[in-house]
Design a protein around this ligand. Structure first.
Ligand SMILES: [Zn+2]
Length: 468
């Protein structure tokens, strides 16, 4: 067997960032990682993008590795809902400390109304989505109420008849079960999904931390993961300042072509050797509150990207096909007649849900940015074609009020060498309007963090060459 080769000796630092010091074999199998170290707010998925909603759970308790979430089986609805995650084969790993006498305590809800991994007294069991028993393991799987955290991994190797389910307790494999297994549908930490209402009676009693969803791990990988986390008390993603190499890509886009692009925004990128993309509403350029064409040319000359946001800012799906083509032709003409090359990328005014609009836009542009959280990038907007796992965040939304949310995403971009597109509109000195504006101080904190974290800040159109 090849060695696992997990590295050691990584220090913690407040100015650090996520790094990849652990086995590339394990890393390649990791899909989501909730370390549950937060003391408030969402349960951040620092590897994927499935942040969990936390409900009636005490955060910031001591954990096996840093902190944990504490659940109480007291008839109150408590859970961490991480949303829909579909998989036919996976390993889910966690550390848990049980409360004495825990009955029907759900460690991880996996879908349906009642599906999940439970602890029933000392017995591990897996329930089907309808609540019937799929399999359980011999009594005394977890006999010792020792007040300690234990490492638990559930592996579903396949779905359908004659599938093998494995359970590992502190690195050791219990007797495999041959069952008719069901696909993973969602992840709920510490409770079942309960048909959307969650449950008052299946909440786990005790503490849970470091929940990770992998593709199927083999015996050696699980033993190594257990021994490493046990021995070093550090997660498998840690902080380091050691590397100087950049990794990952953040793409900042600003809609509408506002005057602040020239007066407050582009220079902040320029002085940090970063790039940005500005989508112009061409018939507003040169009017009060917007860029002038002279300013647009100056910004363009410094290597920033100017894209299309339509001529009139009319939502494209409300136009006829002929009107949309006229709108996009007018944008091209405005760019050309003001000394600029025609735009390679665009952002939909408002939003777009129409395939016919995408198809016409694809005739004009390499990439079009949407406004939903899911990417709507042409020609790569389809998830199956989304090899860089592009997602998008609207930075002026309340979800990003806390800059730590952004920073965790940037750490994840570095660790995964992945891409995220961010949307903004206006930047002001003070008193920003929620949903539309952020302050200069907010923007510069984000840009500084990108450089600290060694994440590339690039133009939107550069995606095209990155994706090949
Ligand atoms: Zn707009």
């Amino acid at each position: 067997m090849p060695g696992i080769g997990i590295g050691i000796g990584i220090g913690f630092g407040s100015a650090g960032r996520w790094t990849r010091y652990w086995s590339s074999r394990l890393k390649s199998k990791l899909n989501n990682y909730w370390n549950l170290n937060e003391i408030s707010g969402n349960a951040i998925d620092s590897w994927g993008d499935k942040n969990g909603t936390v409900y009636n759970v005490t955060q910031g308790s001591p954990g096996k590795i840093d902190k944990s979430y504490q659940f109480v089986a007291d008839g109150v609805k408590r859970y961490v809902s991480c949303g829909a995650i579909v998989s036919n084969s996976y390993s889910i790993s966690l550390w848990a400390k049980k409360t004495i006498g825990a009955i029907n305590a759900c460690l991880i809800g996996t879908g349906g109304t009642y599906g999940g991994l439970f602890l029933n007294g000392n017995l591990f069991k897996v329930n089907r989505k309808d609540g019937t028993l799929l399999c359980d393991w011999a009594a005394d799987s977890w006999a010792l109420d020792d007040g300690e955290f234990h490492h638990i991994v559930l592996t579903i190797n396949s779905v359908g008849a004659n599938s093998i389910i494995d359970l590992y307790y502190d690195g050791l494999k219990l007797i495999p079960k041959i069952v008719t297994a069901e696909a993973l549908e969602r992840i709920v930490i510490g409770n079942i999904y309960g048909n959307g209402s969650y449950s008052t009676t299946f909440t786990f009693g005790g503490n849970i931390c470091d929940v990770a969803l992998f593709d199927v791990l083999d015996n050696n990988e699980i033993a190594a993961l257990y021994n490493y986390q046990k021995g070093n008390r550090v997660p498998f993603l840690s902080y380091s300042n050691s590397s100087s190499k950049k990794s990952g890509y953040a793409i900042f886009t600003f809609d509408d072509g506002l005057e602040s692009v020239y007066t407050k925004i582009y220079n902040e990128f320029k002085v940090r050797n970063q790039k940005a993309t500005f989508f112009l509403r061409t018939n507003a350029i040169g009017t009060a509150g917007y860029l002038s064409w002279l300013q647009a040319n100056e910004i363009n000359s410094h290597g920033f990207e100017l894209g299309s946001h339509g001529q009139t800012h009319t939502q494209w799906e409300t136009l006829t096909e002929a009107q949309l083509r006229a709108e996009l032709d007018a944008v091209d003409l405005a760019f050309i007649s003001n000394g600029l090359a025609t735009p390679e990328t665009a952002a939909y005014p408002y939003s777009n849900d129409q395939v016919w609009v995408e198809l016409i836009a694809a005739e004009y542009y390499k990439l079009v940015r949407g406004t939903n959280a899911s990417p709507e990038l042409l020609p790569y907007q389809k998830p199956t074609n989304n090899k860089f796992d592009i997602t998008q965040g609207h930075l002026a939304n309340a979800a990003f009020d806390d800059t730590n949310v952004f920073k965790r995403i940037i750490d994840g971009l570095y660790a995964r060498n992945s891409i995220k597109v961010f949307m903004l509109h206006n930047i002001v000195e003070a008193n920003p309007i929620e949903g539309y504006e952020r302050t200069v101080a907010y923007l510069t904190e984000l840009l500084d963090y990108c450089n600290t974290a060694k994440v590339n800040v690039i133009n939107f159109k550069d995606l095209y060459s990155l994706m090949g």
